[in-house]
Design a protein around this ligand. Structure first.
Ligand code: SAM
Length: 229
C-alpha cells in the first residue's frame, strides 16, 4: 500500500517526540486489555520499547489479537526478570519498582530526569520477591480509599505522565528528534512507514533500504529483495 504524504508527515512528527530513555517492565501483566492500555500510554508519552516478562505463548496470542499501539511500541519478551532488569541497568536505566508495601517512597518525591524504567507487577500478586530485590528504588502512588491498589495500567499512566511533567518543567523533553540518535530514528521511520517491508528485510538479515523525502523506498537493486510500492 502506498504511503500518503499526510501519513508520512505524521510519522515524522511522532518521531520528533520519541524518547529512548524511558521504559516499562511488565512482570506477568497478562490480561490483554491491561497490556493494550499500557502500550497505549507508552505510545502517548513517546516510549519506543517496552519489556515484558511473560509466558511466550500468552504474549504471542496478545500480539496476534491486539490492534493499535503495539504497532508503535515494540514489546520485548523475556522468560525471567533477571535479564530484563540486567540489560536495562547496563544501559544506564534506574529501575523503579512499584510496590504498595513499607519501604516504598511517594513517586512524586523522585527525580525522573535520568533514564528511568518502571517495573510493574501482576494484576493479582504484584511484583515477585525476586524482582523487588533487584530494583534501585521502590515507589508507590499513595492511596487513601478503601481499595488497596490501582489497576496496573492506571498506575503506569500516572507514573509515565509524571515523568513527562518533570521533564517538561526541566525543558529536557525532545520536540525535534533529540530523543533518538539519527540511525535509530531512520530505522523506526522505515518500520512505521513500511512495516511489512521492514519485516522482509529483517527476515533476510539485510540492512533497511533508504527512504526518499516523501517516504518512498529508494530501491537498491543489489539487495535482491522484491518489493511492491
Ligand atoms: N495485591 C497486589 C500487590 O500487593 O501488589 C496488587 C497488584 S496491583 C493490582 C498490580 C500492579 O499495579 C502492582 O504490582 C503495581 O505495579 C501497580 N500498582 C497498583 N497500584 C499501585 C500503587 N498505588 N502504587 C504503585 N503501583 C501500583
Amino acid at each position: 500500500m502506498s504511503l500518503l504524504p499526510r501519513r508520512f508527515r505524521r510519522l515524522q512528527f511522532v518521531l520528533n517526540y520519541r524518547i529512548s530513555d524511558l521504559t516499562v517492565i511488565l512482570e506477568h501483566v497478562e490480561k490483554s486489555h491491561n497490556l493494550s492500555a499500557i502500550l497505549r500510554s507508552c505510545d502517548a508519552v513517546g516510549i519506543i520499547e517496552a519489556h515484558a516478562v511473560s509466558l511466550r505463548e500468552r504474549l504471542r496470542i496478545f500480539q496476534n489479537t491486539a490492534l493499535g499501539s503495539q504497532k508503535w511500541v515494540r514489546l520485548r519478551n523475556y522468560n525471567s526478570i533477571v535479564p530484563a532488569i540486567t540489560q536495562l541497568k547496563q544501559r544506564g536505566f534506574k529501575i523503579y519498582g512499584t510496590n504498595l508495601g513499607i519501604g516504598s517512597i511517594d513517586y512524586r518525591n523522585c527525580d525522573f530526569l535520568g533514564p528511568s524504567s518502571f517495573l510493574l507487577g501482576a494484576e493479582k500478586w504484584g511484583l515477585s520477591q525476586e524482582a523487588a530485590e533487584l530494583v534501585d528504588q521502590s515507589i508507590t502512588i499513595p492511596m487513601s480509599g478503601m481499595v488497596q491498589s490501582l489497576n496496573v495500567s492506571v498506575a503506569t499512566a500516572i507514573l509515565l505522565f509524571e515523568v513527562l511533567r518533570q521533564r517538561q518543567v526541566a525543558e529536557t523533553l525532545p520536540t525535534n528528534g533529540e530523543g533518538l540518535i539519527m540511525q535509530h530514528r531512520k530505522k523506526l521511520l522505515l518500520e512505521y512507514a513500511h512495516p511489512q517491508i521492514a519485516n522482509l528485510y529483517r527476515d533476510e538479515g539485510k540492512d533497511y533500504p533508504e527512504l526518499d523525502q516523501h517516504g518512498k523506498i529508494i530501491l537498491d537493486i543489489s539487495n535482491n529483495i522484491t518489493i511492491c510500492q
